[in-house]
Design a protein around this ligand. Sequence first.
Ligand SMILES: Nc1ncnc2c1ncn2[C@@H]1O[C@H](COP(=O)(O)OP(=O)(O)OP(=O)(O)O)[C@@H](O)[C@H]1O
Ligand SMILES: [Mg+2]
Length: 239
Amino acid sequence: MTQNNPLLRLEHVSKEYGNQTVLNDVSTTIASGDFVAMVGMSGGGKSTLLRLIAGLESPTNGQVSQQDRIITELNTDSRTMFQDDRLLPWMTVRDNLTFGNHTPQSIEHANDLLARVDLSSFAESYPTDLSGGQKQRVALARALMSHPKLLLLDEPLGALDAFTRRKMQDLILDIWRQEHLTVILVTHDVTEAARMANKVFVIKNHRLAWQEHNALNYPRNNSQAVAAVADDILSQVIA
Ligand SMILES: Nc1ncnc2c1ncn2[C@@H]1O[C@H](COP(=O)(O)OP(=O)(O)OP(=O)(O)O)[C@@H](O)[C@H]1O
Ligand SMILES: [Mg+2]
């Protein structure tokens, strides 16, 4: 899909809470299949922008549209994954995915997804029996249950150790490729942004201050190349 026919289009989007401007005149496009990393200082408006795309809130000015439909209510093509896993502790792992829909198809789909995130043997376990990384894998599987087009990731890996985080990054990249998803990942980790995304948004002073739209052609398995791009992103954030 070209930029002339993007999946998402943000046009002069502003968001105010009372007299506080949280997002100011943000315009951009996101193509189907993009992997966008969004970085910026704390409080800059990144989560707010995700919530506007998810249809959880409405802009004060401007509009967000998906395939030419203005988003005015919950965007059912999207699923959001948060920093905390938000699993229901009184339900088993599988029930956290099927969520009361115990049809054979739903159970089979849940089992498939649990296999994808390498948690088949934990289907009957409860969230309290899982490690932080395992819980995030359940949360990822749950987010995929409804076959979303758009996966919104609000710092989902922030609480994980470096090894688990790297494995989760690879899992998300595999799923992004295999499911032909469009992903928007908010992260404080510029190396994570450089390693994963093909498009980077820097939010600064409540504006979209920098966007790198070019397919970033550098080998993602070359840590020096990734570190150089991460440095570029960091200098855009703090400049
Ligand atoms: N529902 C709300 N009501 C009032 N103010 C809000 C609300 N949601 C967010 N804000 C304010 O909007 C600003 C931006 O918040 P947001 O959560 O979007 O930032 P962020 O870039 O995601 O920050 P962080 O990196 O710390 O998660 C903050 O000053 C926050 O206090
Ligand atoms: Mg946030």
